[in-house]
Design a protein around this ligand. Structure first.
Ligand SMILES: CC(C)(COP(=O)(O)OP(=O)(O)OC[C@H]1O[C@@H](n2cnc3c(N)ncnc32)[C@H](O)[C@@H]1OP(=O)(O)O)[C@@H](O)C(=O)NCCC(=O)NCCS
Length: 161
């Protein structure tokens, strides 16, 4: 296992998951329920946060999810999640959802979401975690945007209390 203080790259914790859309995932129009996609997004993003921090994590905020195209029964759903930004105990994970028709090979990007997680110590309190090393130009851009997005999330959260 890594030393828990040693920074990791975003690549090291990234997660990809695939699902086949079955009848129990869909509404009477044979399109997937939004809540099913949201739970897959939360699960993939939580795995990224756990892989990065090597700690148990909880979701503290989910930033505006919009569904840009329907996902139909029989589609393959690809979820790509990776770490965008790390605070002290908090992490911002970006998630992209794609729907692939396995018969035509046509793939559509249907959803983007950003989720914040907090890593917990053994008594359930926030714990400081390792940093992230953005390597590629895209990761560097995501890190800068993630910093700003996390500030916005914290402001929104503060207003609610
Ligand atoms: C996670 C939890 C233990 C944090 O406790 P807390 O007393 O609020 O801790 P803090 O105020 O010190 O915040 C810890 C970190 O989370 C960040 N944070 C808290 N709420 C946030 C939010 N809504 N959005 C983004 N970041 C948030 C803080 O900025 C801080 O970041 P940093 O350590 O990187 O600087 C507590 O909020 C909790 O248990 N929430 C419920 C989580 C849960 O059960 N989720 C499942 C879905 S219901």
């Amino acid at each position: 296992m890594h030393n828990q203080n040693t920074p990791k790259t975003a690549h090291e914790s990234a997660v990809e998951m695939r699902y086949l859309v079955m009848p129990n995932h869909t509404n009477p129009q044979n399109s997937i329920f939004g809540g099913v996609v949201m739970s897959w997004i939360d699960m993939a993003a939580a795995m990224v946060a756990e892989r990065h921090s090597n700690r148990p994590v909880v979701t503290v905020h989910v930033d505006d999810i919009s569904f840009k195209a329907p996902i139909k029964i029989g589609d393959h759903v690809l979820i790509k999640a990776s770490l965008n930004f790390v605070g002290k105990s908090s992490m911002l994970v970006g998630v992209k959802v794609f729907a692939e028709n396995p018969f035509t090979g046509i793939t559509r990007h249907t959803t983007t979401a950003y989720l914040a997680f907090v890593a917990l110590d053994d008594i359930g309190k926030p714990i400081q975690i390792r940093g992230v090393i953005p390597e590629t130009d895209e990761e560097i851009r995501r890190f800068a945007e993630g910093n700003a997005r996390m500030d916005e999330m914290k402001k929104k959260n503060a207003k609610k209390i």
